[in-house]
Design a protein around this ligand. Structure first.
Ligand SMILES: [Zn+2]
Length: 321
């Protein structure tokens, strides 16, 4: 019987699972909502049942499982350590439970690192050995790949690009710091900045959403209004690019990667985000060859992490060989 591997991507809103050939070709996959209120054991049980079903359909001998999960986590001990968006996952022994169920090796990685790897192997990052992946959605996460490998750093603390300080004394961040990139450029932050200004009387086509409840103003609507020529939304968007360029400029000055790949909801704006960002970076960064650094939209959409979970297994094999 042929060999198959499985990948699981666990996030706060959805979980994706797939079985694939050992070279990473997905054979079958399934996505379902996380239902965080059910707690880690019930959620994992469902994910394992789905992997079991997919493996039976494949068919083949399951030989390894790769998992990307929201952090913080301990990859050495295989534990999930209280992620803010997975309440109740405190020292949760994810790896041990998966090993018990399937009787195969299990590799764990944080979700942003997994997504970076997924893009490098199967997405927009193919052919690059040095890249940085940045996801801009409700928060901002990142993963760094140098010489084809994930950079983890001490305590797996590397790659937290959302928490670079951009504006000293800026808005308070969920991490406890101030003025982090995430507090200025995440989808949540873009919407918040627009709501605050409209609440103070700024004129915009977005005001119509505001009057039905401020939460009607989302980052996607700000982007759309900016595209349609709304001056206020255009200013919010430009300010976002300005802050983002500070963060990306620092990354370029430190790593000069071949590519920076943007995923997450805000990156769906594509060239509306990337074209002005490139322009600013060319003006701003002097010591690195910015023109040779590609700024790209993620190629795998919401599946970067799932492909990354599968790529983890291939990497673990290579490390052992
Ligand atoms: Zn922060």
């Amino acid at each position: 019987m042929s060999r198959i591997i499985a990948g699981i991507d666990i996030g706060g809103t959805k979980i994706a699972a797939a079985v694939a050939s050992p070279d990473g070709r997905i054979i079958a996959k399934q996505t379902f909502p996380t239902e965080v209120e059910k707690g880690p054991h019930e959620i994992l049980e469902r994910a394992m049942n789905i992997v079991g079903e997919l493996a039976r359909e494949a068919p083949g001998d399951l030989t390894a499982v790769g998992v990307g999960c929201a952090g913080p986590l301990d990859v050495v001990r295989g534990l999930i350590l209280s992620p803010p968006n997975l309440p109740g996952w405190d020292e949760f022994p994810l790896v041990e439970l998966l090993k018990q169920r399937f009787g195969v090796p299990v590799v764990l990685e944080n979700d942003a690192n997994a997504a970076a790897l997924g893009e490098q192997r199967f997405g927009a990052g193919r052919g690059f050995e040095n890249l940085v992946y940045i996801t801009i959605s409700t928060g901002i996460g990142g993963g760094v790949i140098v010489d084809g490998r994930i950079v983890r750093g001490v305590g797996s603390g590397a790659g937290e690009v959302g928490h670079m300080t951009i504006l000293p004394d800026g808005p308070v961040c969920g991490c406890g710091g101030r003025g982090c990139l995430e507090t200025l450029c995440s989808g949540t932050a873009i919407a918040r900045r627009a709501r605050e200004a409209i609440g103070q009387g700024a004129q915009s086509v977005l005001s119509v959403y505001f009057s039905n409840g401020p939460e009607g103003i989302t980052a996607a609507r700000v982007a759309e209004a900016a595209r349609s020529g709304d001056r206020f939304a255009g200013e919010i968007w430009s300010e976002t690019i300005k802050y983002l360029a500070l963060g990306i400029g620092n990354i370029i000055a430190t790593l000069a990667p071949e590519a920076i790949i943007f995923g997450g909801g805000v990156a769906m704006a594509g060239e509306q985000l990337l074209a002005p960002l490139r322009q600013r970076l060319i003006e701003q960064v002097k010591m690195a060859p910015v023109k040779d650094i590609r700024l790209l939209q993620a190629g795998l959409g919401s599946e970067s992490g799932l492909y990354g979970a599968i790529a983890l297994v291939a990497d673990a094999r290579r490390d052992k060989a």
